[in-house]
Design a protein around this ligand. Structure first.
Ligand SMILES: [Ca+2]
Ligand SMILES: [Ca+2]
Length: 371
């Protein structure tokens, strides 16, 4: 799972996990009042609990994404305070500990979320503190794990060697499109609506020419052919900067318009997406995420956890992208008929819908049939 998927995942989990909370209070020296400290863990009693924070449970899925074993206790809480203030508070109140390392990271496609990490050491003992801003309506999430320093220093993001999330790898594969379901679309036809500029901006990389969908025994394949080369982002356009290019296939997998509401499309249960982007926090690095997600009513715009799919061919530097995903992962079966909503869109610093092209005015088309 890449970091993008991971962040979406933990937001969903923690929105659920925030219920059933109790508020923490601290005495003047900032040490724990005893409500959350384990009486059997002497080190835990030396870790202050942030004043006024509300206890919450850190789910195992989140722990595992920080490489924290499920058997290790992890204290969770949330506060309305800014994470920078919380970090400063801990620096001042972790009086028995030495701050060994401090860092922060932002998933490139979720610039509204920043994760802050602190590592503290006292002889052979350690504390791993992680904060996430802008969580659950602006609250700051606080997670704390204590244990042997040898274990604590191993916790943190699963990162690539350059410290960033991992882009999908181009497989340079071939696909037989002979029996594909094909949708053709005119050039230079763009959609205007919420989040759009006052007039159409002709941005060829988001102008759909055709979409092909097919499958073999194991995989579903989707190819977006565009009217321009998928650019290296960010891309300066006048006084604006283009950051993200998306191509989406939204599916009604049960042929029922009353079930599913993914991305606010009535009937939608599944999205398969090609994501190209470089938000400001990515500092010029271009990321490609090929992924899929199922409908989750608790997710942002009804989107559940993103899972990695495969970049078969094309992408950056090409006027097309081919992506694939195992049929079994998408819960698609032979002879199944699937209606789809198809679109491509571009986000800039100024406009959420800098340029957007849709098939059939964002209405269902198809079905294609799993053969
Ligand atoms: Ca078009
Ligand atoms: Ca449905």
């Amino acid at each position: 799972m890449n970091k993008h998927s991971f962040i979406v995942c933990i937001i969903l989990i923690l929105l659920v996990g925030i219920s059933g909370c109790t508020q923490n209070t601290s005495n003047n020296n900032g040490t724990n009042n005893g409500d959350t400290a384990s009486p059997t863990n002497q080190n835990q009693s030396n870790i202050p609990t942030y004043t006024g924070s509300i206890n919450c449970t850190i789910p195992n899925d989140l722990k595992s994404n920080f490489k924290i074993p499920t058997t290790v206790d992890c204290t969770g809480s949330v506060t309305n305070d800014d994470p920078i203030d919380v970090l400063q508070w801990y620096k001042q109140h972790m009086t028995k500990w030495t701050l060994m390392q401090e860092s922060n990271s932002t998933p490139p496609d979720k610039p509204e979320n920043i994760m802050y990490l602190q590592y503290y050491k006292n002889n052979e003992d350690g504390v791993f503190l992680f904060l996430m801003d802008n969580f659950a309506e602006g609250k700051t999430l606080i997670g704390i794990v204590s244990g042997p320093w040898s274990s604590i220093q191993e916790y943190g993001f699963n990162e690539t060697s350059d410290g960033g999330p991992q882009s999908s790898t181009n497989q340079n594969g071939d696909v037989d499109w002979t029996n594909a379901y094909t949708v053709s679309d005119p050039a230079e036809d763009f959609w205007l609506g919420g989040g759009s500029p006052p007039q159409v901006i002709n941005f060829p990389p988001s102008d759909i020419i055709s979409i092909n969908i097919t499958n073999d025994e194991t995989n579903l394949y989707i190819k977006f052919e565009m009217n321009g080369i998928i650019p290296t982002l960010p891309l300066t356009q006048g006084n604006d900067i283009v950051r993200i290019l998306l191509m989406d296939v939204i599916m009604d997998t049960d042929n029922n318009p009353s079930t599913g509401h993914l991305m606010n499309f009535n009937g939608a249960e599944l999205a398969v997406e090609a994501w190209f982007g470089s938000p400001p926090q990515a500092q010029g690095t271009m990321y490609t995420f090929i992924h899929y997600a199922f409908y989750d009513p608790d997710g942002e715009e009804g989107v559940g956890t993103w899972h990695d799919a495969t970049l078969v061919n094309g992408g950056e530097g090409e006027p097309y992208v081919t992506i694939s995903c195992p049929l079994v992962d998408l819960h698609l079966q032979n002879e199944q008929k699937v209606n789809v909503i198809l679109f491509a869109e571009v986000e800039s610093d100024t406009y959420h819908h800098y340029a957007r092209d849709v098939i059939n005015n964002d209405q269902w088309v198809g079905p294609f049939t799993i053969q």
